[in-house]
Design a protein. Sequence first.
Length: 339
Amino acid sequence: MAGTIKGLTTDQLEEIGCQIILGNTYHLALRPTSELIDELGGLHKFMNWPRALLTDSGGFQMVSLLHLADITEKGVTFQASCFLTQSPVDGKPMLLTPEESIQIQNRIGADIIMALDDVVKTTITGPRIEEAMYRTLRWIDRCIAAHKRPHDQNLFGIVQGGLDPVLRDICVRGLVDRNLPGYVHSIYAIGGLAGGEDKDSFWRVVAQCTATLPEDKPRYVMGVGYPLDIVVCSALGADMYDCVYPTRTARFGTALVPEGVLKLKHRAMAEDTRPIDPTCACMVCKNYTRAYIHSLVTKDAMGSQLLSFHNLYYMMQVCMQLFAENGNLFLPATDLSKI
């Protein structure tokens, strides 16, 4: 992963008002490597991005690459069963410890970095949920100790505990008690959601965590990008989100509109001379018709690029409106982890 929103330039991201983007520590560590990024002046300079950067810890791959991951108290070992999980140096399995995750992120140089947590899907039940929650608290202490740039990079702690309100409460209080270091203030993230649980359970956990986490510190719901979820979570007190949804759905020929989604691949779009959204002021809606984009989607890269621009613009407008109405602390990150 080379630090890019697929098909869009950093100038275009600035144009739509993006304030912060997210890079995937795991993928950046493998390619082009955090050492090279550090040598070339950090990720801001490497990808020509003058605004804020956030990197995740690499922990999400415990879920997305679960069949290749061996999780122990020491860290997570990604087995050498495919090239993406091998060390780029010698091809050996990659061990990601809390210390190594922080060291990689220190080298990458993001403004906000994430602690390595033990991630499990919310659909899993039994003792594994409790094990992961307590391990997350033990690992945050190792991350704090390993953090060498506390005056340059804010460290987020991640709340785990599945759908169990008791475990979530223990984790929240444990993280708050640690008063995480940072040059502005401590910051907290709500993790382990959007993994297949029902909406009521998902929103209940968010409501529980935001009610307990300090109101004067950003609350970040990780991996959330559907417009409805962002509106609901903002109403519940969340401030910040990340997701690949706007760009991923664009590559499947789908545009985000106030009514929901518009599928540009449908035959009905072939002769439709209207813009994607007549109420939208983005460059795409001002200059291109549904018919033109229909002729491109899934056939030419320009189609997914135009839809990606529109979808990100749409999401930024939604979140700016929420910001104006609710005074939320942060605008959403754009997730670079899989695009």
